[in-house]
Write a protein of this length. Structure first.
Length: 135
């Protein structure tokens, strides 16, 4: 499974309105141009090893969690690649909400959560900068 977040929603202020910088530009994370090329190469590589590759694009935090959980229920071995902006131990959904790798993603892949994957191959790749989001 590849999750490729490449376009992000604008940041909102406390009142739920779109934030603007001093020049009047919408405040948002930069789009991740070129990530489609990375996805195509990853897909081809994993398919050459006979993996069935699912690609999900532009998911919110909740959608990432749901997609990962559903994927884990229906697989015999796991290779998950998360591509997005990030910050330390976290990856960012298109809604600018953080998904914690250590506290949320890894526990989903644990033997306690995925008994059917006990003693099976599990690979998690995170391709994300460690960007600090504006407050």
């Amino acid at each position: 499974m590849v999750i490729n977040n490449k376009a992000f929603e604008p940041f909102l202020d406390q009142n739920g309105k779109i934030k603007y910088d001093k020049e009047g530009n919408v405040v948002r994370l930069n789009d991740r141009h070129g990530s489609d090329n990375d996805v195509a190469q990853l897909k081809a590589t994993f398919e050459s090893f006979f993996f069935e590759v699912t690609v999900e694009t532009n998911l919110t935090k909740f959608q990432m969690e749901t997609s990962i959980r559903n994927f884990l229920l229906n697989t015999g071995m796991v290779a998950i690649i998360l591509m997005s902006h990030g910050s330390n131990d976290e990856i960012v959904g298109t809604d600018n909400c953080y998904l914690s790798i250590g506290e949320e993603v890894l526990p989903m892949m644990s033997n306690a959560e995925c008994d059917h994957l006990k003693s099976k191959f599990k690979l998690l790749v995170v391709n994300a900068c460690r960007y600090v989001l504006p407050s």
